[in-house]
Design a protein around this ligand. Structure first.
Ligand code: PMP
Length: 291
């Protein structure tokens, strides 16, 4: 990845992709004092850019630091980088972290660095292919109690158990893992929120100890606009046998149907398909849609 071509926005400047380097004694690397975003551009526009930028700034605040650029500056940099990269459909990765001036748990005066990278995102699965559904295992680790970690922050440190869980699932031939929360309730996948369908209504866990995804909120809104009831509530794993459909939502996952979670089976059908299509229409810039 570090050998790719193009440019990266790094602390206010556009630098060559291969020159966007940091020191090994970076606080963010040793102590996970790092937050990031995952965004997608469709047809030359980053979907809900401002919401992502605001979440980045808020994630940093929850880790006790101030991102040293305004939301306007970050948005402008993102848009300019997308153009410089010559891309219209792409993945956008902003990241902010404490630098290498001091080494130790305390790093009060370390510089807060910010970078943005944008790369091509291979065109996602065709809806027909997505409708087969992906297989999930049940993760060993649980999402922490919000009294244990700042769960509303998209903080690098919170991804440690996601990577462990995803790797464990992949080793067993699964695509991803479903994580429970500290109480044993269904929480989310390792990089996406989870939804279930029963009797035409959508059920999804309340995001009280994990990220309330921007895609999650978008899809809830799309479902309600279609007159579908969306119930946010505590969901126990024992209930999974009672759901007919299951799907994940996330910037990367978009709307991805699930066919299996461990021993539970789901049949992606009409509602999943409709939401895949509605989401695809929603992310398409209105300007491009009119062309
Ligand atoms: N949960 C986790 C752990 C994630 O990494 C993501 C992706 N950012 C999400 C949920 C979904 O968030 P969003 O829809 O904002 O991408």
């Amino acid at each position: 990845f570090d050998q790719m071509d193009g440019q990266i926005w790094f602390n206010g400047e556009f630098v060559r992709w291969q020159d966007a380097k940091i020191h090994v004694l970076t606080h963010g690397l040793h102590y996970a004092s790092c937050v990031f975003e995952g965004e997608r551009a469709y047809g030359g526009e980053v979907f809900k850019l401002r919401e992502h930028t605001e979440r980045l700034i808020e994630s940093g605040r929850l880790l006790g630091f101030t991102v040293p650029y305004s939301a306007d500056e970050i948005d402008t940099a993102t848009r300019e980088l997308l153009v410089r990269q010559g891309l219209t459909d792409a993945y956008v990765r902003p990241v902010a972290w404490r630098g290498s001036e001091m080494m130790g748990v305390s790093a009060q005066s370390n510089r807060i660095n910010v970078a943005i990278a944008i790369w091509q995102w291979p065109s996602y699965f065709a809806p027909e292919q997505k409708m087969k559904g992906i297989r999930l295992d049940l993760a060993e680790y649980r999402r922490p109690d919000p009294r244990t970690a700042p769960s509303k922050s998209k903080a690098a440190g919170l991804y440690m158990i996601c990577t462990i869980s995803k790797h464990a699932a992949e080793a067993k031939g699964y695509a991803d893992a479903l994580m429970l929360d500290w109480r044993g309730q269904v929480a989310e996948a390792t990089g996406a929120n989870v939804f279930f369908v029963k009797d035409g209504a959508i059920h999804t866990p309340k995001p009280d100890c994990f990220l309330d995804g921007i895609t999650r909120r978008t899809v809830i809104d799309l479902a309600r606009r279609r007159g579908v009831e969306v119930i946010e509530r505590a969901i126990l794993p024992e209930e999974l046998s009672g759901f007919r459909e299951c799907f994940l939502t996330g910037t990367a996952a978009e709307v991805t149907p699930v066919s299996e979670i461990a021993d539970w089976r789901f049949t992606p059908s009409e509602l999943s398909r409709r939401l895949i299509d509605d989401y695809a229409a929603e992310v398409t810039p209105k300007r491009a849609a009119a062309e």
